[in-house]
Design a protein around this ligand. Structure first.
Ligand code: TNX
Length: 517
């Protein structure tokens, strides 16, 4: 980040806890430009209004969410009212032409003694600005009951916009089901770090977690008792619950990307509906962690009726532009069958108005270039991915040895797996998505996503322990310009998130690499 003066904490500090006030530079992900003004600071009072762009229902809604997040700790009423003039008093959220560089999600914040003014081209930008503002207030702002803190915001200007359009997190609710409330808590945390896509891995060998009316046993059996790894992850989302999650996410400018994994990772469906198997015999349900043993029957017509029903119903529930059809680890599908299958199924995704996503194996089917490949490999060379990029495909970077939140931090981590190695915070931070894989340059990268597979994760505490702090690192990779990223500065800023996470009861991993406050 560009910093004009030195409101930052002493960079030579080795991490001893200090109760330094929050500085304008203490933001994760690092903003593009920060110009602290040591002379100025705004202090919230019981009379502070939140003034939003007149006649913009969306800006008003962003104001309401901001008020909701600041009321419990301050105890202030923080009324959300139309901004009658552009004079900066109180907190103002204004839609303005702030220029093409800031784009759809960029924003500008100015903090003076009189107020905080956030300006953006769209309400999405205002929302991003409000997430920055929350981090500029003292950590006590996260308390859920009233505190008598001086609610100051450091003076100066921040100008900010994202590096990548797609900034994602994936949650696997198939291996263990996670409830709507748990998913919403995760969404709350994602929004703070300006993540704008939530990929839900809805189906797998061990369970089917989204209601499909035309194939009801998928969930009544495949999401019922005994499903999930070790048979302890039962549950599924009704259509209503799924839509409610989609709406909750949308209010926080997060787009849900549903994944129906196929043709592999389908034992749950195959064991529920015998007719989907080539031999017509249902295999037993499975609750172990093996992968790569199941496949839909490529040669049967009913397979495509099933797939079309599922894609139609899920697409109807999903306002976002993407639908992920998996395609990973289809080890028992021959390459010819895989290609046949994808060449039939990808057009179905498009027929229902969605842009297909697949794990990177999908490029083997040489699909239309609109198909987005999600790279989960651990190598920095992948000729088939580079070829796909040369043909015009875009890529989501999720290298397993950098972004997989289910990998253990070290051999002592009680949860998680280690097939892609141990991933400490610094490992997850120090790489460049724009040149990580040979032949996959910045322009080919649509964004970055951190998947969280849940074979070993049952509760929100488990999710939090694996996701934090690494998710904040990946969020910074996806949002902040490469030049603004520096491990030494990042670990300091990250350390200052600790009291905020503690206040919210987030069970994060206290990595020894980070000077936690
Ligand atoms: C590989 S990554 C998988 C998942 C597992 C994960 C565990 C990918 C596309 N497939 O089925 O859950 O490893 O880390």
């Amino acid at each position: 980040m560009t910093t004009a003066t030195s409101a930052t904490a002493d960079p030579s500090s080795t991490g001893a806890a200090t109760s330094a006030e929050t500085a304008l530079t203490d933001v994760v992900p690092a903003p593009v430009e920060v110009f602290p003004d040591a002379e100025a600071e705004y202090r919230l009072t019981p009379w502070t209004p939140i003034r939003t762009e007149p006649r913009s229902a969306e800006a008003h809604k962003v104001g309401l969410l901001l008020a909701e997040s600041l009321r419990p700790a301050t105890g202030y009423p923080l009324p959300v009212v139309p901004a009658r003039s552009h004079k900066p008093s109180g907190i103002s959220l204004l839609l303005d032409n702030v220029g093409d560089t800031l784009g759809r999600e960029g924003y500008r914040i100015e903090v003076t003694d009189d107020g905080v003014t956030i300006r953006a081209n769209t309400a999405a930008g205002l929302f991003a600005g409000t997430q920055t503002l929350r981090q500029l207030l003292p950590p006590d702002i996260e308390a859920n009951a009233r505190r008598t803190t001086a609610w100051t915001v450091p003076g100066g200007t921040i100008i900010d916009h994202p590096r990548f359009a797609y900034r994602g997190a994936m949650l696997d609710i198939a291996r263990h089901f996670h409830t709507p409330d748990e998913i919403k808590s995760y969404i709350d945390e994602l929004a703070r770090f300006k993540i704008n896509h939530l990929h839900l891995h809805l189906t797998d060998d061990q369970g089917w977690r989204i209601e499909i009316e035309s194939w009801p046993r998928l969930t009544t059996v495949g999401g019922g008792p005994g499903t999930g790894v070790d048979g302890v992850g039962a549950g599924f989302l009704t259509k209503e619950q799924y839509s409610d999650i989609v709406a909750y996410a949308a209010d926080r400018y997060i787009t849900v990307v549903p994944e129906i994994d196929m043709p592999g990772h389908t034992n749950s469906a195959l064991s529920t509906y015998a007719e989907l198997n080539c031999d017509g015999i249902a295999p037993p349900p499975r609750t172990d962690m093996a992968v790569g043993y199941s496949s839909l029957c490529i040669g049967k017509e009913i397979t495509y009726e099933f797939v079309e029903d599922v894609i139609r119903e899920v697409s109807e529930l999903t306002p976002g532009p993407y639908l992920h059809i998996g395609g990973d680890e289809a080890h028992v599908t021959t390459p010819e069958d895989y290609r046949l299958f994808m060449r039939r199924v990808l057009p179905i995704v498009e027929k229902y108005g969605k842009r297909p996503f697949g794990w990177n194996e999908i490029v083997r089917a040489e699909p239309a270039t609109a198909t987005v490949a999600q790279y989960w490999g651990t190598s920095t060379d992948n000729a088939e991915l580079a070829d796909a990029v040369a043909r015009g495909h875009r890529v989501i970077m999720s290298p397993a040895n950098k972004t997989y939140l289910d990998m253990k931090y070290n051999p002592d981590t009680p949860l998680g797996l280690s097939w892609a190695g141990y991933i400490e915070v610094r490992d997850s931070y120090e790489w460049n998505p724009g040149d990580h894989v040979t032949g996959v340059g910045e322009d080919a990268v649509l964004g970055v996503e951190a998947p969280l597979w849940s074979e070993t994760l049952r509760s929100s505490d488990h999710i939090e322990y694996m996701a934090f702090p690494r998710l904040a690192a990946v969020a910074e990779l996806a949002w902040s310009p490469q030049e603004a990223r520096d491990w030494t500065a990042f670990r300091e800023r990250l350390g200052k998130q600790a009291p905020r996470w503690e206040e919210r009861g987030i069970d994060f991993y206290r990595s020894p690499e980070v000077p936690w406050q």
